[in-house]
Design a protein around this ligand. Structure first.
Ligand code: ADP
Ligand code: MG
Length: 240
């Protein structure tokens, strides 16, 4: 589903991604960890071309992402993204936040879009908040709405960039639970997170980044028991 080969990215003189090689198969869950500034968000943002790569090859769901002829709208329809900040429209009710893109982009009728929205709100456990405004919801509930909004587009891939980092600790679990369910149901996911419990439990593979490079890639069992690289060991020891 996602294929990086020798991908570099520069911001001006600064090289933020260095020779990235990574493959994510259908239904796989890859967790990306690493220190702040190591390029994790940039890596994710290249996948749906929120950022463009400088060189190398990046293919997502058979689309050459940086080909001038690539259908970027189709690419983005196939990829849902959830950010640290939930980015809900504050002046729209929860349900209208969710129906907006399916109506506009997929051409669903209002009725169809609302049925879809209710289905996914139920899935994330907050159908009772459908007609509330986002400001009336807790952070954890808002993030679950953001996930439902992504799912309502029926994406093939979901990207998560530190989805629980802005939440109060007591709300982290409810969001991770929704993500675990998605993973179990076979969604292809790339997740940047500092939640090592989630990585351990859910990831098929853990990718450790430092200074724009993938330093280590391993199963969670291998990675947490005995990281091969000194930088990964140092990173893990700082978390405890
Ligand atoms: P992470 O998500 O791992 O914290 P990022 O991908 O956000 O890392 O950033 C990696 C590096 O690239 C950081 O040093 C950051 O300052 C730099 N960077 C990120 N976005 C830009 C930008 N738009 N222009 C210049 N530098 C950037
Ligand atoms: Mg980041």
């Amino acid at each position: 589903m996602i294929f990086f080969r020798e991908v570099d990215k520069h911001y001006g003189d600064f090289q933020v991604l260095k020779g990235i090689n990574l493959q994510v198969g259908q239904g796989e869950v890859v967790v990306v960890v690493g220190p702040s500034g190591s390029g994790k968000s940039t890596l994710l943002r290249c996948i749906n071309r929120l950022e463009t790569i400088t060189s190398g090859e990046l293919v997502v769901h058979d689309v050459k992402v940086n080909d001038r002829k690539a259908d970027i709208n189709k690419l983005r329809r196939d990829i849902g993204m959830v950010f640290q900040q939930f980015n809900l429209y504050p002046h729209k009710k929860v349900i209208d936040n969710i129906t907006l893109a399916p109506m506009k982009v997929l051409g669903l009728s209002k009725k169809e879009a609302e049925e879809t929205a209710m289905y996914y709100l139920e899935k994330v456990g907050i159908q009772d908040k459908a007609y509330a405004y986002p400001s009336k919801l807790s952070g954890g509930q808002q993030q679950r709405v953001a996930i439902a909004r992504g799912l309502a587009m029926k994406p093939k891939i979901m990207l998560f960039d530190e989805p629980t980092s802005a939440l109060d600790p007591e709300m982290v679990g409810e969001v991770l639970d929704v993500m675990k369910t998605l993973a179990r149901e076979g969604m292809t996911m790339v997740v940047v997170t500092h939640e090592m419990g989630f990585a351990r439990e859910v990831a098929d593979r853990v990718v450790f980044m430092d200074q724009g490079q993938i330093v280590e890639e391993a199963t969670p069992a291998e990675f947490f028991a005995s990281p091969r690289e000194e930088r990964a060991r140092a990173f893990l020891s700082r978390l405890i």
